[in-house]
Ligand binder design. Structure first.
Ligand code: F6R
Length: 259
């Protein structure tokens, strides 16, 4: 696992976008695994900027991690809506190449099976992740066991509350989601986990240093061969001195270390 700490989330998002651009340029049919949420916004802004500078998305396939059950693409709470506004409508990706689970599927179980087929056909070269305050990745919530493949999950109360914060005037927020499983995430050749802000500092430190456990799903990422954790200074604030003293300030951002 590598860790990079940047002065700001904008520089961090820009670095993640650089990695995505390298993947797009290196592959004939590049596949990006994508996340939603506040953490991903600087990344999408930087990707859109790269599109303005000529980056071509016409060969790119994207596979999103999750969608809320019961909301459609025209509902501002849905991840379809988020992706449409943050990325899909702003780059030249072909609509048929942009995959998000269908939160309105009448048979959610069948939708999970369908989505796993999408992942089987389009396994991400690069997977972008955020981390929940409770350590979830995708919507694989902490527990005694985790599921391998796409499934319907009941979101933990703190996750519903965190998601609902962006919609203060909305009455009721979906409490179920379709999420890819941990094995689906692990199939990506490379994973970039982003976390920004002081409120993520504690879970970031625990995911990196506590024993690997299903009760902190992000800690499992230490078992993957190619993971880069991209932080701003605030989210890196609780990393142990032993880690932080190995990160040297350089050119406005802090360099990468292996742990
Ligand atoms: C959403 C997802 C989640 C978020 C996480 C952090 O697609 O995969 O794991 O990345 O809940 O959300 P923010 O960035 O809003 O703090």
């Amino acid at each position: 696992m590598k860790i990079r700490v940047f002065d700001s989330q904008y520089e961090a998002g820009s670095y993640a976008a650089l990695l995505a651009e390298r993947t797009i340029l290196a592959k004939e049919s590049p596949v990006l695994g994508l996340a939603t949420g506040a953490t991903s916004i600087p990344f999408y802004s930087a990707l859109v900027q790269r599109r303005h500078n000529g980056l071509d998305f016409s060969r790119v396939t994207t596979v999103n991690l999750d969608e809320l059950v019961g909301v459609g693409a025209d509902d501002p709470r849905s991840y379809h809506y988020f992706m449409q506004h943050q990325l899909f409508s702003r780059v030249n990706i072909l609509p048929e190449n942009a995959h998000v689970p269908d939160g309105l599927a009448i048979d959610a179980g069948a939708e999970c099976v369908r989505y796993d087929r999408v992942i089987d056909a389009h396994t991400p070269d690069l997977q972008i992740l955020g981390i929940g305050g409770n350590g979830h990745i995708g919507f694989n919530e902490p527990g005694d066991a985790l599921l391998a493949r796409t499934h319907v999950v009941r979101l933990h109360q703190e996750t519903v509350a965190a998601n609902a914060r962006a919609f203060p005037s909305w009455d009721g927020y979906p409490s179920r989601a379709i999420t890819v499983g941990v094995t689906d995430i692990f199939r990506a050749a490379r994973i970039v986990l982003m976390a920004f802000g002081e409120e993520k500092a504690d879970i970031v430190a625990r995911a990196i240093k506590d024993p690997i456990t299903t009760h902190i799903p992000a800690s499992l990422l230490r078992l993957h061969a190619d993971v880069t954790v991209v932080l701003d200074r605030a989210s890196a604030g609780r990393l142990s001195p032993a880690i932080m003293t190995r990160i040297d300030p350089k050119d406005g951002w802090l360099t990468e270390i292996d742990i």
